[in-house]
Write a protein that binds this ligand. Structure first.
Ligand code: CA
Length: 365
């Protein structure tokens, strides 16, 4: 759909909501029941249409909102690029041209330096710890405070779990091997790699395979076995590295235009919030269930070798992360506040997981 046509449709959509935004007394002879308004919302996503897990999750959100509201919420989901470019989702929700958007907060790092903490940072918290921070450790309140500057209300809405370290055609035996390494690794992880002499390369999803095959890049990260298998990287890369130090558990988001959300009745607000909780749980569960099956497929169908980054390399990446983070937050008081909350929560959780998760996985499971 062309942009002008999209804006027209959006306006029609908004007008449609406005015209029925009040409950109307139903005065026919059969009943005096209230006619409930129907909220017709557009939801734009940063993923291609029906993208495995992430796009499917947005489709499920539409289904659940309809079911939970008894048909009062009609959500129409659009893949990235269908209505607007994928990376304009934040702006469209902010401007109110659409009511809802789905993405990953770190895409909007350019808007505010605090934002990556609400997605993931290298050597940061895993999915379980992120949920604990967001829902019960003050993280979501801070996230709302940051997004309020843009007229957006955020909801945690999924997590990929710990990602893989990526596909390499060069073995990484020491920090020296990172020097001159051309790797497709966006965002914060790319900055950290650059500190150790690597060259982060930006490639869109559709270019990565050819760039890796032709040697334009030596390595790429993507997500985890399920999505990586579909990209076919195992056919052209020698080594599959773990862990994804750069993305230990990115939290995904549903964003709502604040003016739209604040005008809703309490039950519709609660339905939106509840459906996002459900999407959060479903997304992580779906990733966990699919990834190991697809890792096995990769290892049986290709010659790719599974490798782990040496401890020394991870330690140096961690030091470079700390330096990069200081630079990110030092000039902004709110970013510093978010950083401090995140870091102190992570430290607390780390002590607890040493005693529980770590011992359990190392010695029992
Ligand atoms: Ca990734």
């Amino acid at each position: 759909m062309k942009r002008s046509s999209f804006i027209q449709h959006s306006l029609l959509g908004l007008a449609g909501v406005a015209s029925c935004s009040k409950s109307v007394e139903h005065n026919d002879n059969q009943s005096n029941a209230l006619i409930e308004p129907i909220y017709r919302w557009k939801c734009i996503t940063t993923w291609p249409p029906n993208f495995p897990v992430l796009g499917e999750g947005a489709n499920l959100l539409a289904k659940w909102l309809k079911e939970l509201s008894g048909g009062r919420i009609a959500l129409k989901v659009f893949g990235g690029g269908e209505l607007v470019p994928a990376l304009s989702v934040f702006d469209e929700v902010m401007n109110g041209t659409v009511e809802m958007g789905v993405g990953v907060p770190y895409y909007w790092t350019g808007k505010h330096p605090a934002i990556p903490f609400f997605a993931t940072i290298p050597f940061g918290m895993n999915a379980q710890q992120m949920n604990a921070w967001l829902y019960c450790g003050g993280g979501l309140e801070l996230w709302k405070e940051v997004y309020a500057k843009f007229g957006i209300i955020p909801f945690p809405a999924g997590n990929t779990g710990v990602q893989m370290g990526g596909w390499f055609n060069k073995e990484i035996l020491s920090v020296e091997d990172l020097k001159g390494l051309k790797m497709r690794i966006p965002g914060f992880g790319g900055k950290v790699l650059a500190k150790l002499g690597g060259t982060p390369v930006l490639s869109s999803g559709s270019e990565i395979y050819t760039n890796l095959e032709t040697g334009v890049i030596d390595a790429t990260e993507w997500i985890g076995p399920y999505h990586d298998y579909k990209m076919g990287f195992h056919k052209i890369a020698k080594y599959y590295y773990s862990p994804g130090w750069h993305e230990p558990g990115p939290n995904l988001e549903v964003m709502m235009n604040a003016t739209t959300f604040n005008a809703l009745p309490a039950d519709i607000k609660a339905i939106v919030e509840t459906a996002c909780y459900r999407l959060n749980l479903w997304t992580l569960s779906e990733f966990e269930a699919k990834n190991m099956d697809y890792l096995n497929k990769i290892l049986t169908e290709s010659k790719a070798e599974l490798k782990q980054f040496p401890k020394e390399v991870l330690n140096r990446l961690r030091e470079a992360t700390d330096e990069t983070m200081e630079e990110l937050v030092s000039d902004n008081a709110l970013a510093k506040k978010v950083h401090d909350s995140y870091r102190s929560f992570q430290q607390k959780m780390s002590g607890w997981s040493e005693l529980t998760e770590k011992l359990y996985h190392n010695d029992i499971s």
